[in-house]
Structure formats: structure tokens, C-alpha cells
Design a protein around this ligand. Structure first.
Ligand SMILES: NC(=O)C1=CN([C@@H]2O[C@H](COP(=O)(O)OP(=O)(O)OC[C@H]3O[C@@H](n4cnc5c(N)ncnc54)[C@H](O)[C@@H]3O)[C@@H](O)[C@H]2O)C=CC1
Ligand SMILES: CC(=O)[C@H](N)C(=O)O
Length: 344
């Protein structure tokens, strides 16, 4: 695997300070865990803290493999009592709150996005305060808007997003910081760029095209892109995203000058990822048909400035565009071979 920078320095000082004083690891609940980020995070945290200490939850019926992999419970973010019961029954210490409607799908059902992204977050904040949980809530490049500087977009700047997704995420950042200052809640938040992964399909965002291109290339399909060829957005490979999340979760209090940090790995446009993919699949056929997602992308950052995360808690990405293409095709080839073997 090609690395474009040295690995994070953070692991040197993480230690076991975040374990209980009797040596027990933290017990962690993940909401919305059957989406694009949740299964990978559960895998990573279970490797670190043990299978039984990481509880996956969602409102979706799980596959057999998920059930076999460790604890999974029904958890509706809109039902406070249901969440309370999980936290008490499983003696939860940390909560990673993934449940959300993403940018494109949120615009299609604004009332539901308000319920899930805003009311759901209120439940999570109150619950975390009541049970003294450390809580991680992801934000996004979508928390910025057309009035923000787009290249680069610093950690602190104007935030006037034009999607309900972005509005709900700014609300989450501010509410979390308010609970931190007012009640001492251990709130931690990273603003992620578009995340690219091979094991789960993305959930209805503006950056999904950058995942779709890999599937179309490997399946020999034509790739139709809903953004213009030159639309540049910040992006990150999932391993970097999940590692940044874990590093933020365990960062010592004294290293955090802020509760909300930008993190990123690269920025590219559709025409640039097409060139990178064509190094593996030279015959990939591509057409461009911009739709409503173009309006969203036009208001988002082009290049994300994550220098504060790099400075304060040692954030370093490992995957650039080339390294990400390589690992995506390696993973997808492996999955296709496995599926072919099972089908035989
Ligand atoms: N995937 C990405 O590129 C990025 C994701 N993020 C954030 O990371 C988090 C996770 O993202 P993804 O996994 O990509 O999202 P996703 O859309 O793939 O998954 C969201 C999950 O939330 C669940 N959900 C919906 N309504 C629910 C309810 N009432 N109760 C409980 N769960 C419910 C869904 O069933 C789904 O499994 C989100 O908060 C998202 O905003 C931030 C930036 C980039
Ligand atoms: C960048 C995000 O938050 C997400 N992938 C989306 O496009 O909505």
C-alpha cells in the first residue's frame, strides 16, 4: 500500500488512560451502526476493546453476519426510553452517534431529516448528560455553505449551510459545545469530508459518486456522474476516517483546544478520480449529467483546512487518491471472487 504521509504520531501517547481505573475497557454504543461508517467502526473498536464491549444499534434488520459478529440491538434514536434502556442494560460509557439522513436524501424528506437529525440528537445529548457518557457526533463539510471560504475552509469560519443536513449538523456542533461548557459533557466532534469505502453502499449523500465509480468500473458498467467534471470536494478513505474518529475519542482532554475539528485526506474532482480509476480500467466509459446534487456540491468546501487537528492531537492521513484507488480495487476484487465462489 502506498502511503502519502507518515502515520499518525498520536498512538505514542494514547496509552490506556481512557480505560476504567480497574483496567476494564470502555463500553461503547454505536447508533445508526448499519450505515456506511458503522460496521467498520464496530470492527475497529471490537479489535481494540473486545467484541462484547461494542454494541451496534439501528432500526434496520441486521444480516446473519452482523448478528454473529457481536451484540446488536434495535435502537430508534427518536425513542428516548429505548436508548435509556440500552445504556443502562449494557452499562455504556461512550456513545458514537451515527444515525442521520445525509445531504441528498435529507432534501427529499425535510420533516424526517429534522426529526432524525435534530430531535434524535437532542435525545443523545440529554442521555449523554444524564449518564455521564463521552459522546462522539460526526459533522461534515456540509456544515459550511456558499458564504464560507471554500479553498481552503478553516476550522472556524462563517457557517451558513443551505441544506437541512448542514443546518442540523451546525446545530449539533453548537449544542454539543454548549453542553460541554454548561454541563461538562465530554462532547467530541469531527467534520468529515466525503467518505469512500468498499464494504457498504453510501446512504444518500452528495459525495456518493466517488464510491459508485469503483463499483461501475469493476462491474464493467458505464459510469454516469451527477456532478460536473470539475467539481472539487474534500474526500477520505474509510480507514483514515475511522482512525481519526478513534484518535479523537481517546485524545487526552488537555490536547483538545476545540471540541469540533475539520479532518481530511485529499480533494479531487470527478475528472481527476476518473483519470485515477482509468489507470486500473482504461476502457471505463464516463458521462456527466449534473442533477440537484450539483447545487449542493457548489456550496461546499473544495479544500478543507485540517491543520488544527494535525497540530493539536497529531492527525495524519495515510491514503491519497492513488493509494485509495489501489485498496478499493483490491477489496472489490476480493469481494467479487468470494461472491463467485459462493455462487458456484
Ligand atoms: N458517509 C460520509 O461520507 C459522511 C458521513 N458523515 C456522518 O457520519 C454519520 C454516519 O454516516 P453514514 O454511515 O454514511 O450514514 P448512513 O446514511 O449510511 O447511515 C445512517 C444510519 O442511520 C440509521 N437511522 C435512520 N433513522 C434512524 C432512527 N430513527 N434511529 C436509529 N437509526 C436511524 C439508518 O438506518 C442508517 O443505517 C452520519 O451522521 C453522517 O452525517 C459525515 C460526513 C461524511
Ligand atoms: C459529506 C457528507 O456529509 C455526506 N457524504 C454527504 O454527501 O451528504
Amino acid at each position: 500500500m502506498a502511503h502519502c504521509t507518515r502515520p499518525s504520531v498520536n498512538t505514542h501517547y494514547i496509552g490506556r488512560r481512557h480505560y476504567h481505573s480497574n483496567g476494564d475497557p470502555p463500553r461503547i454504543l454505536i447508533t445508526g451502526s448499519l450505515g456506511q461508517l458503522g460496521t467498520g467502526l464496530a470492527r475497529l473498536l471490537r479489535e481494540k476493546y473486545g467484541i462484547e464491549n461494542v454494541i451496534m444499534s439501528d432500526i434496520v434488520k441486521p444480516t446473519k453476519d452482523i448478528v454473529k459478529s457481536g451484540p446488536y440491538v434495535f435502537g430508534d434514536i427518536l425513542d428516548f426510553k429505548c436508548l435509556q434502556e440500552i445504556v443502562v442494560t449494557y452499562r455504556i460509557d461512550w456513545l458514537v452517534h451515527f444515525s442521520a439522513l445525509l445531504s441528498a436524501i435529507g432534501e427529499q424528506n425535510v420533516p424526517l431529516a429534522i426529526r432524525v437529525n435534530i430531535e434524535g440528537l437532542h435525545n443523545v445529548m440529554e442521555l449523554s448528560k444524564q449518564y455521564n457518557l463521552r459522546v462522539f457526533v460526526p459533522s461534515t463539510i456540509g456544515a459550511f455553505g456558499p458564504d464560507s471560504p471554500r479553498n481552503p475552509t478553516p476550522n472556524i469560519t462563517i457557517q451558513r449551510p443551505r441544506t437541512i443536513y448542514g443546518v442540523s449538523k451546525v446545530h449539533g456542533e453548537l449544542l454539543g459545545e454548549y453542553y460541554h461548557h454548561k454541563f461538562g459533557l465530554d462532547f467530541r466532534c469531527l467534520r468529515f469530508p466525503g467518505v469512500i469505502s468498499s464494504d457498504t453502499q453510501p446512504g444518500g449523500g452528495t459525495t456518493d459518486y466517488a464510491v459508485q465509480i469503483f463499483h461501475d468500473a469493476i462491474e464493467g458498467k458505464d459510469f454516469e456522474c451527477y456532478l460536473k467534471p470539475t467539481t472539487r470536494l474534500p474526500m477520505m478513505y474509510i480507514d483514515d476516517c475511522l482512525r481519526s474518529l478513534w484518535e479523537m475519542l481517546v485524545a487526552p482532554e488537555e490536547s483538545l483546544r476545540r471540541r469540533t475539528y475539520n479532518v481530511t485526506a485529499m480533494s479531487f474532482s470527478p475528472e481527476e478520480i476518473v483519470s485515477a480509476v482509468r489507470k486500473h480500467f482504461p476502457n471505463l466509459s464516463v458521462s456527466y449529467k449534473p442533477d440537484s446534487r450539483q447545487y449542493i456540491a457548489d456550496t461546499w468546501p473544495e479544500v478543507f483546512d485540517d491543520s488544527e487537528a494535525r497540530q493539536d492531537w497529531g492527525w495524519r492521513h495515510q491514503y491519497n487518491l492513488e493509494a485509495m484507488c489501489q485498496i478499493m480495487f483490491d477489496n472489490l476484487h476480493r469481494q467479487h471472487q468470494l461472491e463467485a465462489t459462493v455462487a458456484r
